[in-house]
Design a protein around this ligand. Sequence first.
Ligand SMILES: [Zn+2]
Ligand SMILES: [Zn+2]
Ligand SMILES: [Zn+2]
Length: 377
Amino acid sequence: MLLRRLKDRVVQSEPDRIRCIATSATIGRGREDFPAVVRFANELFGERFEWLEDDEQRQDVVEAEREPETALGECWGSGSIELYAGLSAAIQEKRGLGELCQIAIEAGIPQTIVQDAQQQANQAVGAKQERRLLHLLLRGDGRVHRLRNLLKSPRELVTLPPEVFPEQPDDPEPLVQLIDLAVRAKHDADEAPLLPTRYHLFARALEGAFVCLNQDAHKQDEPFLFLSRQENCPHCKAQIFELAACPRCGSAYIVGRDQRDGAQRALRQSSTVGDDPKGKLAYFILTDQIQLPDEDEAVVAEQSMESMDEESVEPYTLCLGCGSLAHGKDASISCQCPAQFPHLTVYRVELKENESALSRCVACGARRTQHLSLIHI
Ligand SMILES: [Zn+2]
Ligand SMILES: [Zn+2]
Ligand SMILES: [Zn+2]
């Protein structure tokens, strides 16, 4: 839409007058996708893009080509771990070309290479000197050649040190320093760096937080909080409950569906009983967190008692082994769980008639608004 508007304002949408160039590192898997790539560009820009296999004049897709390692020239040997550490520190402290060259010579880079690099670097201007020097020093480094070769396809960082630094396979630091230096190394401003490397970090949204409330039965190093969904505790086999938290005070609720099967009731994770759009979620708060609204607070908050009293809490007894529920404090539960699974009193927050999820934290009074929602962790 913006492109169309721009073309309209600049050339009254007349085709073939603006030269459109697009770059992408992710579109297409190679030559076989070029027809699809030009179709995409046609649609995106509303301009003519072509790819004709047999007509070099009508090929609008420019393919990346890998420069072979031999283009880097002869290797003078391999840099040492001290070389990379020394160069990194000197660059950080902006110690200048002379000192970088000194470090290179002390670390064993042949004197002729260093002298030649210094001479050529001196012809560049300002900060480009340092980049050119690094390029000239490191392009003949056997480790850079090896690394370039290994990075023909993406690699996990931790798998590389044993192949690039076999003498120190468990320490990623020299590798990270070498990569930083090689990314900085550039002969000219408009050229690619010696190693055009990027780090990619993958983040995954949390599925939720899940808790075993039978933590007294756990050994000290056995966790009771899990960040992936599970139904039974791997340590004590108790039922796992899903946690929700108030974003303001951090109070934890266990949340699920109150499933009834005849006289039996049980609290289940909402996902394990299927999605029931009409089914209400049930929220339980642990005893020590309850703070029932009192009149003073209502006055301070300039709210009427009616609005403070909308939710009420009801005690329930919960079997930590199987999730069975019974109304009332210390109520009897007729489940088959062995005695090591205790019963716990929890307080259910009664939702209003038209609510399907909790809208107010009973511990701190925070309300769900546009900016404040009671979220699953
Ligand atoms: Zn457990
Ligand atoms: Zn039970
Ligand atoms: Zn709260």
